[in-house]
Design a protein around this ligand. Structure first.
Ligand code: AHG
Ligand code: MN
Ligand code: MN
Length: 345
């Protein structure tokens, strides 16, 4: 070791910048550092993210143990969207509700699995500043095989002027104050944006902490890959089919898990495009604007990519119902532009 490298740097807490991942930085410490930059912050936002982090660890553990704890398979009823609920959908949903229910900053929660948004602590909801939306378990058709699944979340300011809970939830994606997802795969990965780039944390299960591995995730360019359920391509609008025909002739490869979190995570790290176009079965698209498309769009845009629903920027789509469906094209900016050029023809 050279003399200069042994020289002590001043590393008082205020000087430790999260821009460098050389530091050992947990999600919790990252949030506290961010909070310290805003003297007006009350800490309520940090507590909400801590509830999401706790839920993520709990859900990851339940997914890992699902076969052993005999919680695979269907509950036997359908959710509000007419989809068969899995036991783990219910467990993940309850976990998030229980964790967020104890956080003073949350006025309303809305879940893909529930009919209506829930107002927490009705008597004080008016004073609480945030609304949290989530898809508790994404990709649940992959659960039985032990493939990757995820959780997606979005945080909005509570609109106190709205006449009811649904009115407060129905905001444009551009209004999101934070969004993210957790991937339950070989590793549990927490990807977060609060509107200041994208940070990625990986759970170290031996210490129970999410550790920062990338403080500024940028979506790469030039990866010749698309992610779409091509089995439905005969019913895609012509523009999508023409793009796919072009990709087939230009050396592209396909990757599709069928879990949006896993597919988008791959696109975020490698580049390329993820699409869920309108189909005959789902003429508006299958994915949910509020729980899936908007949060993923914010992540992708904050990483330098683009996210569109048809020819409209996803985060500018007018929300009319909390379980509204939308089509999605997101990924590397130049590749999304290429798809859009086919949609506009
Ligand atoms: P969920 O499990 O939350 O209902 O979401 C499933 C979604 C999404 O994860 C994925 O991109 C898509 O459904 C897959 O749909 P197809 O099976 O139609 O391809
Ligand atoms: Mn989903
Ligand atoms: Mn789901």
């Amino acid at each position: 070791m050279t003399k200069s490298s042994t020289k002590k740097k001043d590393t008082s807490p205020a000087d430790v910048s999260p821009a460098s991942v050389d530091h050992l930085m947990s999600l919790q410490s990252h949030l506290l550092l961010e909070e310290a930059k805003h003297p007006e912050a009350t800490g309520q936002f940090t507590w909400i993210l801590s509830a999401l982090s706790l839920s993520a660890k709990y859900i990851a553990a339940r997914c890992r143990m699902a076969r052993l704890e005999a919680v695979l398979g269907e509950v036997g009823n359908e959710n509000v969207q007419g989809e068969k609920q899995q036991k783990l959908d219910v467990i993940a949903n309850d976990t998030l509700l229980r964790a967020l229910g104890t956080r003073h900053g949350v006025a309303i929660v809305a879940s893909e699995e529930d009919d209506k948004p829930a107002i927490l602590h009705t008597e004080t909801a008016g004073e609480r500043p945030y609304v949290v939306l989530f898809d508790p378990l994404d990709g649940s058709s992959n659960l039985d095989t032990g493939s990757a699944v995820g959780t997606i979340f979005s945080v909005l300011q509570h609109d106190r002027r709205a006449k009811d809970a649904e009115g407060s939830v129905l905001q444009h994606g551009t209004q999101q104050v934070a969004a993210g997802y957790i991937l339950y795969g070989p590793a549990t990965v927490f990807v977060l944006t609060t509107g200041n780039g994208v940070q990625m944390f990986v759970l170290d299960p031996s210490i129970g902490s999410f550790l920062l591995v990338d403080s500024d995730v940028r979506i790469p360019d030039g990866h010749k890959s698309y992610s779409v359920n091509e089995a439905y391509s005969a019913s895609f609008p012509e523009g999508y089919r023409n793009y796919l025909a072009w990709a087939h002739n230009n050396g592209y490869s396909a990757r599709y898990v069928g879990t949006m979190v896993a597919d988008v995570h791959r696109v975020l790290l490698k580049g390329g495009v993820f699409m869920y176009p309108p189909t005959d079965k789902a003429p508006s698209g299958k994915l949910r604007l509020m729980y899936e498309a908007n949060p993923m769009a914010m992540i992708i845009e904050q990483a330098g990519g683009k996210a569109y629903s048809g020819t409209i920027r996803t985060m500018e789509v007018e929300p009319e119902a909390i379980h509204q469906r939308t089509s999605v094209v997101l990924g590397t900016a130049s590749e999304v532009d290429r798809v859009l050029s086919y949609l506009k023809d």
